[in-house]
Structures are given as C-alpha cells and as structure tokens.
Design a binder for this molecule. Structure first.
Ligand code: TMP
Length: 199
C-alpha cells in the first residue's frame, strides 16, 4: 500500500470535521495527494437517512458496517493504492465507542463483523479529540441534533470512556488530543505528530 490512512475520532462537537479539513489542507500544501472522506455515508450516502429511524443497536451497527464495507472497497483502498493520504472523519473506532461502549453491544461481535467489512484495514494513526461530555453537549446546544446527539450525558460519558479505553489498548496507533484547546493548538499538535511520516 503506497498511501497513508489517517482517522479522526471523538464526540460530536469535538471539532473533528474542522480538524480533518485543516489537516487535508496542510497535506495538500505539501504537494501530497489527499482524499478527505467521512463516515457515516462514505460508502452508501443514503445510510444517513436510514440511521435517523428508531433502530435496534444491532440493525444500526449492521447498517454502519454495510456503509463501511463500501467505503473501504470503493473509496479508501483505491485511494491508498494510488498513493494518496486518506483522512477519514470517523471510522471503525466510532462504532466500537458508540455501538459498543455507548449502546452496549459486545465488542467481540463488533470486531468479528468489522474484520470482514473492513478487510482488516486499520489506520496508521488515529487522532482522538478528547472532550469532557459536558463540554461536548454544551457545544451542541442550539444546533439541530441527530439521534446520537439526543442521547444525553450518560451515553456521551460511556462513549468518551470507551474511546479512552480503545486508545489505551493501542497506544502506538492513537494520539489523544485535548480538544478543549483552541483549533490552532489542536491542529498544531496533529501536524507535529505527522512530521515523522511526511516524505
Ligand atoms: P457525524 O456527526 O460525525 O457525521 O456522525 C453522525 C453520528 O453517527 C455521530 O453522532 C456518531 C454516529 N456514529 C456512530 O454511532 N457509529 C459509527 O460507526 C459512526 C461512523 C458514526
């Protein structure tokens, strides 16, 4: 594989999407080929509409996995094979954190499905924008919320703790960033962490 796969993870309101855009711009400015993408909807766009219904956690995860299977095969792997740097705003860790730690589905089942859905593809680095759930919910006030964002504090706490547990279990892949800081400070740390990988 010639390209480099990077992901951004974190609670809603953590600033992931902005950081992903800034990161893509930084890499492009260095003359690198970049593919900025996101989940859910990176593989099957309509999945976002399907996920808005009241679904069982299992159905929710299988829809997210169907989207991810297409995302990996049709977008991420082809871009990596062409030598691009792929920046994905959310990937499998979102499912482990939200559907696993948040909704209580067993991680063993999630990982078994994911192994096949993702063809075993793992990010080279995952930037976790860590934020206290109280702050995440405060930032979402006044915005139109989706089904996940409606869940409230207890759910957000489990998701955050889940992300931190995932980061502890794979310290060589995760970079945990304090997302309460300014956009510039967080982006500066992301770029600093990437310098060793840049050509
Ligand atoms: P977004 O706001 O980052 O586009 O994501 C939409 C919501 O989907 C967000 O609240 C997190 C949730 N989500 C999961 O619960 N599991 C997943 O695997 C993914 C990719 C997203």
């Amino acid at each position: 594989m010639k390209g480099v796969f990077l992901t951004l993870e974190g609670l809603d309101g953590s600033g992931k999407s902005t950081q992903a855009r800034l990161l893509a711009r930084f890499l492009k400015a260095r003359g690198l080929r970049v593919r900025l993408t996101h989940e859910p909807g990176g593989g099957i766009g309509e999945v976002r509409t399907l996920l808005a219904q009241d679904l069982s956690p299992e159905a929710e995860y299988l829809l997210l996995s169907a989207d991810r299977a297409e995302h990996v095969r049709k977008a991420i792997l082809p871009a990596l094979e062409e030598g691009a740097w792929v920046v994905s705003d959310r990937y499998l860790d979102s499912s482990l954190a939200y559907q696993g730690f948040g909704r209580g589905l067993p991680l063993s089942w999630l990982k078994e499905v994911a192994e096949r859905a993702t063809l075993g593809l793992k990010p080279r680095l995952t930037f976790l924008l860590d934020l206290p759930p109280e702050e995440a919910l405060r930032r979402l006030e006044g915005r139109a919320k989706d089904r996940f964002e409606e869940e409230g504090l207890a759910f957000f706490r489990r998701v955050r703790e889940g992300y931190l547990a995932l980061a502890r279990s794979e310290p060589e892949r995760f970079v945990v960033l304090d997302a309460t800081r300014s956009l510039e400070a967080v982006q500066g740390e992301i770029q600093a962490r990437l310098r060793a990988l840049l050509p």
